[in-house]
Design a protein around this ligand. Sequence first.
Ligand SMILES: [Cu+2]
Length: 126
Amino acid sequence: MRRHIVSIAGLIAAIAALVSCSDDDTPATVSQSPAIFRHFELTDYRFDPTTFTGFGTIDPITFELNNSSTNEHTFTVDALDIDTVIPAGDTALVSFSAETGDFEFYCRFHKDLGMRGSFSWEAVDS
Ligand SMILES: [Cu+2]
């Protein structure tokens, strides 16, 4: 009987190790919506991060955009019909439905200054 209990405990530990392993470098640990999936800092004249990859079936995906600069910026994603103006010093939340693919984002006012980036959204194989 005792051996039986130990083997179950070992199995649980093995499953827990597998689960935590698969979460490494996977930012899709946010399961409750509308939790903020990714935080962006907007400065003159760049986004941070400028690129990343997300995984999973989060819906909606929510970004928090903090404009810590002294200029107004936008977070614009043509493919998702997102065009949010963020005044200097303000923070905006942008939510959208999950779609897989590659997405370009930019600031309408400073695109020519290189204020742009991209992200990929990928499904997780089950
Ligand atoms: Cu800008």
